[in-house]
Write a protein that binds this ligand. Structure first.
Ligand code: GUN
Ligand code: FE
Length: 460
């Protein structure tokens, strides 16, 4: 049972997505959150005295957002390797397959040490929370104990998370893979059982079946994981069509399959509960298959650029009817910030537009949708998180932007990186945040009503 919270009314401006193209910007609102962390009411155009006028809310706590700030839904990172966080920014000029061998497998393998796993996982959960990530779909490593520790840490720090033990029985070095398919399935079940036992109603933390990607699993291994998926109903995550040599390798390793997507389909893994990361080089047939199966896609723009994997055609994916969210893909991606991914998604769409035309460009509104409502759909939590609606959980961040005083002099160290002069429209303020904001702009963060991160600017 979650601890009972103080009934709270969040007062001031709030911003969230109404649709892919449209943000709702309410300049003076009041959002009531009950003892369970659930949104009980959302009021717009409130006067100063109004918030506590509602029956039963007279003694509620009031949390006000500052003049240049707003409440925004927590971000959803639909693809992040918690185990790779120490390597964020370390990739040199590598591309996917040599990057895995040079940087990634050695680091992940070292997390067999629980002391090291504790150090890495405590830090990555705190860090992502500080960037406003209230939900994350994490890859851990093959190790059961350290994977379970990651789930413990998410629960303790209050981050909503899907935590996956990485499954692989080939490709990686002998020192870092499952000893056999049976061992892998046993370990995956052990981790699923543990995570379901620490949070039986999946209020915050849930397991996720995690075949690394087709080249690191034999077809028997993938089929066994597909069976586990069907038997348990647990979510799944993997990588698909990230770079061209990888696609060629899949063709070579799975000659009986029509395509990369077909490898997962044949294993029973292409379902509405599957999150596919990257999807850069999909064929039209694969897009149609993924759509027909209802699988979801995590767009990882920073990683795709860092490892020169390519530019995913996000507009085409969305128009085909596939659900898309954003993923940091740390440490293929260099940043743990979903706000940075929103920006990167806009940039990458510009490069697609240079070939495919202007319609490929993503707008600020669209990437904020992908970062919140889109991500929520990707992880199957769209009824609970991603927006401010009655009945949803209060997974939110308080954004505080900087106020430039008359004369322009100010304390740069204490202020937010976004300079608001006071004459900007609300649309422009949000755009300035998307392009220049960072974790300093995220003053406080709540998950399910619980305050899980705050900076010194909170309640200052
Ligand atoms: N494909 C297989 N493993 C990985 C990984 O750890 N990161 C990325 N970006 N792609 C992968
Ligand atoms: Fe990845």
């Amino acid at each position: 049972m979650a601890p009972s919270l103080e009934k709270t009314i969040y007062v001031g401006a709030f911003v969230h997505s109404k649709s892919l193209q449209e943000l709702e910007i309410c300049q003076m609102g009041a959002i009531g959150v009950d003892e369970n962390g659930t949104i009980a009411f959302v009021e717009r155009y409130v006067t100063d005295e109004a918030p506590r006028k509602k029956d039963g809310w007279e003694s509620a706590k009031i949390v006000k957002v500052g003049e240049n700030g707003f409440f925004f839904p927590g971000f959803i990172d639909t693809h992040i390797h918690a185990s790779q966080y120490p390597n964020a920014g370390i990739f040199g000029k590598s591309t996917l397959l040599d990057w895995l061998n040079t940087y990634t497998f050695p680091l992940e393998s070292s997390l067999s040490s629980l002391a090291r796993a504790k150090q890495v996982y405590n830090r990555v959960v705190s860090r992502t929370l500080s960037h406003g990530t209230t939900t994350a779909a994490y890859y851990a490593t093959v190790h059961v104990a350290s994977t379970n520790l990651l789930a413990d840490i998410c629960l303790e720090k209050g981050q909503r998370a899907f935590v996956g033990r990485v499954c692989m029985n080939t490709l990686s070095p002998d020192y870092y893979r499952d000893a056999s398919i049976e061992d892998g399935i046993r370990d995956s079940k052990a981790s699923i059982d543990y995570i379901q036992q620490i949070d039986p109603n999946a209020e915050l933390v849930a397991p996720i079946i995690t075949p690394r990607f087709a080249p690191s699993c034999t077809s028997e291994c993938l089929r066994a994981l597909g069976d586990l998926h069907r038997e348990t109903g647990v979510h799944c995550q993997t990588h698909i069509s990230e770079n061209k040599p990888e696609v060629a390798l899949v063709k070579e390793l799975f000659p009986e399959s029509k395509s990369y997507a077909d490898v997962y389909y044949a294993a029973g893994l292409l379902t509405p509960k599957m999150i596919l990361a990257h999807a850069v080089h999909l064929t039209e047939e694969e897009v149609a298959l993924i759509k027909a199966c209802g699988a979801k896609i995590s767009h990882c723009p920073a990683s795709n650029t860092a490892l020169t994997s390519g530019c995913a055609k996000v507009r085409e994916l969305i128009e085909s009817g596939i659900t898309v969210g954003l993923g940091t893909d740390v440490s293929g991606g260099f940043s743990p910030s979903v706000l940075e991914m929103a920006r990167q998604a806009i940039w990458v769409s510009r490069f697609v537009a240079m070939n495919d035309g202007d319609q490929a460009k993503l707008s600020t509104e669209e990437v904020l949708y992908l970062a919140t409502r889109g991500g929520a759909k990707v992880v199957g939590l769209e009824e609970k998180v991603g927006g401010f609606e009655v009945g949803m959980d209060w997974d939110a961040q308080m954004i505080g932007l900087g106020a430039v005083p008359d004369g322009g002099e100010s304390n740069l160290e204490a202020d937010d990186p976004v300079d608001i002069f006071g004459w900007e429209s609300w649309d422009d303020r949000v755009a300035k945040w998307v392009y220049n904001g960072n974790d300093k702009s995220t003053v406080a963060v709540w998950v399910k009503g619980r305050l899980v991160h705050q900076t010194s600017r909170y309640e200052r």
